[in-house]
Design a protein around this ligand. Structure first.
Ligand SMILES: Cc1cc2nc3c(=O)[nH]c(=O)nc-3n(C[C@H](O)[C@H](O)[C@H](O)COP(=O)(O)OP(=O)(O)OC[C@H]3O[C@@H](n4cnc5c(N)ncnc54)[C@H](O)[C@@H]3O)c2cc1C
Ligand code: SF4
Ligand code: SF4
Length: 417
């Protein structure tokens, strides 16, 4: 089935994650990323697609193929953890730059590493995302070529972005660059590396988040309207930051300002939006960045065994998954760009237990697609047998039945425009 899938089928069957790599490969004259009526960023095919570039896209599209990490990368050090994947080193920490620590999504781990790579000349550019200057609830794919520009991208954007739309052009330019993006974007780059030898030489660092899923663009509109503001009146929209975790902040052109706490936005249940993530997120084999060099999730404050979201100084984790990632974190700490403290896998289990549930159910969810005769992605090397064993036969069957039910209700169907 994989050899014949076209972009329309990938999109209409809920498999696209909106990375923008297909646009990058064939060029914007043939495929252009744009928002659909569902509020996700998707490729729009403008002309019939020749078979050669479509074969390349099939080999790299994270909607349909993701190959897990190589156990060899932790053969000499660390663990290949059944749930958390390869871990060479793991520490709790933050950016030493107080301003960046305050402004960023958590405490600036990703941006601090990006800035360090630029300052030390290890890369010529950083590929990341930033709020659009003209339309603050939209998110632009950004190529930063200075430390200041990299700093300007510190933020979480809980909405579509197409971060990889410039990758092919940068490979053609011959420059070295780091990518700071979601785990599925990172997976796309790893797959590209298998068909394009330039990737290994020119993209030496992939830095990512833990990811609970990507909401639609509609969520931001609902949040501003909740304040009685129309989207075109908004001059600034910040999901997170300016504190830890920081409020979701709206400013209008006529000077009004509104803040909502993290708990109000995502956990109150009395607001007119939900965490309306795309179907592909529900079958995501790797929302924790197993394929990255460094994953930087939140390090939550725990009370009574649960994360609390009170404002505080905050922390990130630095999970180094490759030798390059381990060296980068160690060098950045040595240079004083970040500060580190010890952190254990037991603490990770507690703080990010939501990701354990998603991991162990993944084989059942993908199986449900196959059983229903739907186009299904190929996720290899994610320790599927161990996941099923950990979940247990009965819960595995329940997870499969639940996904079958949702598929029959059309959960994996998306409009093309
Ligand atoms: C959709 C989404 C879901 C998340 N779910 C979780 C979760 O389940 N658990 C958890 O611990 N953390 C989650 N986070 C991550 C968290 O919000 C922080 O972004 C992360 O801990 C990094 O913090 P930081 O201070 O180092 O980031 P910063 O230094 O502020 O940098 C943020 C980086 O994230 C990248 N980025 C932001 N939004 C997007 C996007 N839409 N697409 C691609 N790249 C993007 C930017 O390019 C930037 O480089 C999520 C973030 C997003 C955007
Ligand atoms: S996942 Fe990325 S490469 Fe695949 S169709 Fe969507 S935008 Fe294109
Ligand atoms: S949950 Fe997975 S597929 Fe969805 S945005 Fe996050 S990393 Fe990508």
């Amino acid at each position: 089935m994989h050899d014949t899938l076209d972009l329309e089928t990938i999109v209409s069957h809920g498999l696209c994650i909106g990375c923008g790599l297909c646009e990058s490969i064939v060029g914007v004259d043939l495929v252009e990323m744009g928002l659909t009526s569902d509020g996700q960023m998707r490729p729009h095919v403008k002309d019939p697609m020749p078979e050669d570039p479509m074969a390349t896209i099939r080999a790299v599209c994270p909607g349909i193929v993701v190959t897990g990490p190589d156990p060899e990368q932790v053969a000499d050090k660390g663990v290949m953890h059944d749930i958390w994947g390869p871990i060479r080193t793991m520490e709790r920490g933050w950016s030493s730059d107080e301003d960046l620590r305050f402004r960023s999504a958590a405490v600036g781990a990703m941006t601090a590493l990006g800035c360090y790579l630029m300052e030390t000349g290890q890369v010529d550019a950083v590929v990341h995302v930033r709020a659009s200057a003209t339309s603050p609830m939209d998110t632009d794919a950004l190529v930063s070529r200075s430390v200041e520009e990299v700093r300007s991208g510190a933020q979480s954007r809980y909405g579509p972005a197409a971060p990889l739309r410039h990758v092919e052009r940068l490979l053609d330019e011959g420059i070295r660059f780091a990518v700071l993006a979601k785990p599925c974007d990172v997976a796309a780059i790893r797959s590209l590396g298998k068909v394009d030898a330039r990737v290994e030489a020119q993209i030496p660092f992939l830095i990512t988040i833990f990811c609970g899923g990507l909401p639609t663009r509609h969520t931001a509109d609902k949040i501003v309207r909740y304040h009685g503001v129309e989207p075109e009146e908004v001059s600034r929209f910040r999901w997170r930051g300016n504190g830890w975790p920081g409020p979701t902040h709206v400013e209008t052109r006529d000077g009004r300002e509104f803040d909502l706490t993290y708990d109000k936005v995502w956990f109150s249940g009395d607001v007119p939006w939900t965490y309306d993530i795309q179907f592909r997120c529900k079958i995501c084999p790797d929302a924790i960045g197993e394929l990255s060099d460094v994953s930087c999730p939140y390090a939550w404050v725990m009370v009574g065994g649960k994360p609390v979201h009170e404002e505080g100084d905050g922390a990130n984790l630095f999970i180094a998954r490759t030798k390059a990632g381990e060296r980068l974190v160690a060098e950045a700490a040595e240079a004083g760009a970040i500060e580190l403290e010890p952190f254990t896998i037991e603490e990770l289990d507690q703080q990010h237990s939501d990701h354990i549930a998603r991991k162990v159910e993944n084989p059942a969810r993908v199986r449900a697609l196959v059983c229903e005769g739907q186009p299904a992605p190929r996720f290899d090397r994610f320790r599927g047998e161990q996941m099923v064993a950990m979940l247990g036969a009965e819960d595995d069957r329940r997870a499969e039945e639940g996904t079958v039910r949702r598929i029959r209700e059309g959960a994996n169907r998306e409009p093309l425009v």
